[in-house]
Ligand binder design. Structure first.
Ligand SMILES: [Zn+2]
Length: 208
């Protein structure tokens, strides 16, 4: 994948971003990662209201997209597209690298675990609907998302070191309740993690 910086970032930040790409082996995939210079919080297609995303372009392109994005995803060589909004590209480096590594892990998952995205889709819908059993569920309840978060943590710790990760986490936990709940749930899921998101997704689909 080719990394495109529409948003100007410092050389130091650029090196860290490229390092994440190397660690995750993205050179063997066709497509683009884009650090955008805009946020699209009012965009008609809700996909672009997000902070970041991964598109498997082989499963279909998003027709309703900003022109410069549509151009990239229409490229016949583009299998995967990873997009980071301006607000992520500008955010604290540990956070930015985390979000980036998370989205890149979705690229890797498509090869490692074929079918995982399709299996996860119905779970995503039911979690969004807020089932009675899990009224405040985080996306990491889905094995696909938890696997992406774990991979992101590994890469961040490898590149920035354990101390920077822990400081970031402590600060987030202290600053807001949701982050504290999130990291507590992250730890709960990490303890019994099987490392097999396909089996875990199957189990979850049965229990929902
Ligand atoms: Zn994700």
């Amino acid at each position: 994948m080719k990394t495109i910086f529409r948003k100007k970032v410092s050389d130091q930040r650029k090196q860290l971003i490229l390092r994440v790409g190397e660690e995750m082996g993205i050179e063997k995939y066709g497509g683009y990662t884009l650090f955008d210079d805009s946020d699209y919080v009012d965009y008609a297609n809700p996909k672009w209201k997000r902070r970041a995303l991964h598109l498997n372009v082989r499963r279909g392109i998003e027709e309703a997209s900003p022109d410069h994005i549509l151009e990239l995803i229409s490229d016949p060589e583009c299998d995967h597209f990873v997009w980071l909004s301006k607000r992520i590209a500008e955010s604290e480096r540990v956070h930015m690298l985390w979000v980036y590594a998370h989205e890149l892990r979705h690229v890797v998952q498509d090869t490692l675990y074929p079918g995982l995205s399709e299996m996860t889709e119905p779970l995503r819908k039911s979690l969004h609907a807020g089932s009675a059993k899990q009224p405040t569920a985080f996306p990491i309840e889905m094995p696909q998302e938890f696997d992406a978060e774990l991979a992101a943590m590994d890469v961040v710790v490898k590149i920035l070191g354990d101390e920077e990760y822990r400081t970031y986490r402590r600060r987030e936990e202290a600053a807001n309740r949701k982050a504290a709940d999130y990291f507590r749930r992250f730890d709960e899921l990490a303890a019994p993690w099987s490392g097999d998101p396909i089996a875990d997704t199957r189990r979850m689909a049965i229990s929902l």
